[in-house]
Design a protein around this ligand. Sequence first.
Ligand code: GLY
Ligand code: MN
Ligand code: MN
Length: 434
Amino acid sequence: MSDIATYASRRVRLVQQMQRGIAVIPTAPEAVRNGDAHYPYRYDSHFHYLTGFEEPEAVLVLVASDVPQSILFCREKNMEREIWDGFRHGPDGARTAFGFDAAFPIAQLDDKLTELMGNQPALFHPLGAHAAWDDRILALRARVQAQARSGITAPNEIHDVRMLLDEMRLIKDAGELATMRRAASISAAAHVRAMRSARPGRMEYEIEAELMHEFRHSGAQAPAYAPIVAGGANACVLHYVNNDALLHDGDLLLIDAACEVDGYAADITRTFPVNGKFSAAQKDVYQIVLGAQAAAIAAARPGAHWNEPHDAALRVIAQGLLDLKLCSGSLDAVLESESYKRFYMHRTGHWLGRDVHDVGVYKLEGNWRPLQPGMTLTVEPGCYIRPADDVPQALWNIGIRIEDDVAITDQGCEVLTDAVPKTVAAIEELMRNA
Ligand code: GLY
Ligand code: MN
Ligand code: MN
């Protein structure tokens, strides 16, 4: 978890980039699941990156001017509600604990914003993220415009503040990397636990329960995304989340699961045999995906462009598909025609951070952007073979993905998640001794 100085310095950096104007950055709304039950509350990633404040119904306002201001709007103290729902900082408590210049009750937001927006040249907001906020902000701007005869002007420019924040969040500082290492290591331990507990006759949800146990037992607040625990043919459904099928002898089990720690995600996939021993056909495909992943990790280094790891993985997978006779022609022809896409239809990775698919553009001025130290990404090639007349039966329903998280360093990359075995020998040994 970062300290208040870190959050404050992020606000200063954002204000410097705004140069002039006012930023309005709300946290996420609470969401009702049904009846009186809510989904577990998760703050907005941008808001939390700038504040560390975890309560709902809060808005950060930053004023970039000769005297910059950092203002929080939040819920008031309310002993009655606190008996039911728990502690609230209240504006005074939040100002002191989180280092804001000022803090006000959230009920005063509209009136205060109307004042603060007056004579500001530009408005920064997560434009388009929530229609209700867009409407509210524009209505407030209209209120400021209505004061024109008093000589007050409304912001003439509206910017999406995420353009600035996404770039800031793309490069992780030492504290963020430490938190990501912790999310990675708890998630890795969960995968090891899952491998140890898998066997024919178990249900997918029993293995999911082992993952969840490790996450919470180790202090992670939540899974970073819905876990995929996919036995046999289910592994060929990329976003399978039912996790309610029986695990069969002779099948593979693909698990894509990881936790979130203090607002940062990990993202790990491993694929292994339910009975602890790869068949010859499973091993053939597995080695191709593992080779592709090794090639992609080797290509994840500073100065390489975003797509180099994907290109490296693709060449290995395409050659593997030729060797398995699942594709035909030359390697270049397979790559050119994209015939590999029948078996490898997703990309080799994405940015990782506060969001499992984290923010940040992948191209700059039309070109894949260069990787830089502090960027964190996943490396996750796969191969998914559905039954078909032109596919040897031994390969049917083999779905394999191997996913690790890496941080770009000065020399290359640090694999944050390599505590989970991934060679055939290491997986078989771990499961033999389970
Ligand atoms: N678990 C989501 C992904 O791998 O992208
Ligand atoms: Mn991923
Ligand atoms: Mn994943």
